[in-house]
Design a protein around this ligand. Structure first.
Ligand code: SF4
Length: 424
């Protein structure tokens, strides 16, 4: 570890007072935990089965990488960055022990000025959760759980390669409530081959019976390189047609609205006040630092991506620690295992900011866009949107532009046009 790192990590960082308004310099921190018990058939995330033996080394490397990122940010800006949210994603973060989660959170609090009321989410697999230790996870500082439930249909869960039963979802949810978690998300997938409309409706009803604070509903995507992709390519599995998928989505919209959930993002619903603050950072195209194997960051107008294989990641972090940053010339990088660095030009940043904000029901604030980029939204995109300008896909309400109800079904038509001509 470099001298710079010692000087930063050994002093307690000031914590931010709650409710201070976010500034563009604030960050959200993502920590990737790439371990899984088994690989689900549809999954293309950077996650690995059969590597649990590396957990301890991995957590040690991640603790070091957090310290490195905090030190570099502090050296560059002369003060620790304020951190508003932390998200343990994966993989299966619930495969870490509470002590490992606590060590990572301690490292984050030492490296950044973490808000005292920061939203701290941990993803959990109902089949890989030590129910009796959930209170320790909460005591470590995790205040939100995001459970990958995916379906309440036992046959579909088996087909997906999930390691849990429908009943285990309910048991895990009950245990989390009993441990004091007041903010719980459930993830589900629709448009699964073999999933009929009644099966989907039953899944939603059973989910609503639990009373989650947040629901994420994702349309199945057949990702290249997954077993599912091979099955579809060989004709063993037929994808659900678009009309059926749209029916499932529209049913969810109606049912969840009736149940009191706000549809605040294309795939996300929340009880009032329970929108995911961490993911809002992404949709508002603000700054985040993503650490761990395959972690990616959006920082200082660059997108950085870490090495994906676990052993490669650990080796790179160790090598970074052996090569201290030159005094007075800190590397402008947020992490210690970066293999890709993409400079996000201004044109692309404007397009991505608009595309991401249009995923939200609140849409894009025209004033904030103009303030951020020094130019107004409409003239910037007028030419690119000209061929769909008569279709009523966008609407302007109270100084915000958003997808119209009709436009929500055709969001991709709008998003594709916002990109600059030379973007990939
Ligand atoms: S548990 Fe999640 S991360 Fe792990 S293989 Fe399944 S879908 Fe992928």
């Amino acid at each position: 570890m470099s001298a710079t790192l010692h000087s930063i990590t050994e002093q307690a960082q000031p914590r931010q007072a709650p409710s201070a308004a976010p500034s563009p310099d604030d960050i959200s921190l993502y920590l990737h935990i790439p371990f899984c018990h088994a690989k689900c058939h549809y999954c293309d995330f950077n996650s690995y089965a059969g590597m649990l033996g590396l957990r301890e080394q991995y957590v040690a490397a991640l603790v070091d990488e957090i310290a490195l990122a905090g030190a570099r940010a502090r050296d560059a800006r002369s003060k620790p960055l304020r951190c508003r949210t932390i998200f343990f994603g994966g993989g299966t973060p619930s495969l870490l022990t509470p002590a490992q989660i606590a060590a990572l959170l301690d490292a984050a609090r030492a490296a950044f000025a973490v808000d005292v009321d920061a939203e701290v989410t941990m993803e959990a697999n109902p089949g890989a959760l030590e129910y009796e230790r959930l209170d320790e996870v909460r005591a470590a500082g995790v205040n939100r759980l995001s459970m990958g439930a995916q379906s309440f249909d036992a046959a579909l869960l088996r087909w997906m390669g999930r390691i849990h039963s429908p009943e285990e979802i309910e048991t895990a949810f009950g245990a989390a409530r009993a441990a004091g978690f007041e903010n719980i998300n459930l993830d589900f997938i629709f448009a699964l081959p073999g999933q009929t409309q009644p099966i989907w409706e039953q899944t939603l009803e059973r989910a609503l019976t639990l009373g989650p604070d947040h629901l994420s509903l994702y349309n199945l995507i057949v990702e290249e390189g997954t077993p599912l992709y091979g099955w579809v390519a060989r004709g063993k599995v037929r994808e659900v047609d678009e009309d059926t998928a749209a029916d499932m989505y529209e049913h969810a919209q109606r049912r969840l609205e009736t149940a009191g959930y706000e549809h605040y993002e294309i795939s996300n619903w929340a009880r009032p006040g329970r929108a995911c603050q961490h993911n809002l950072t992404y949709w508002r195209n603000l700054t985040w630092i993503g650490l761990g194997a395959g972690g990616s960051s959006y920082y200082a107008h660059h997108r950085f991506t870490n090495a994906r294989p676990i052993r490669d990641y650990i080796a790179r972090v160790r090598a970074s620690l052996r090569t201290p940053d030159a005094p007075g010339a800190p590397a402008p990088l947020p992490g210690g295992a970066i293999v890709e660095d993409e400079d996000i030009g201004r044109e692309l940043e404007m397009a991505e900011t608009a595309m991401l904000a249009l995923r939200l029901a609140e849409g894009l604030s025209l004033a904030r866009f103009a303030e951020r980029f020094g130019q107004p939204f409409w003239p910037t995109f007028e030419r690119r949107l000209s061929d769909i300008s008569g279709l009523g896909l966008l609407e302007e309400v109270d100084g915000r532009v958003r997808l119209s109800p009709h436009g929500r079904m055709l969001g991709n038509e709008v998003f594709a046009r916002l990109l600059p001509d030379d973007a990939d």
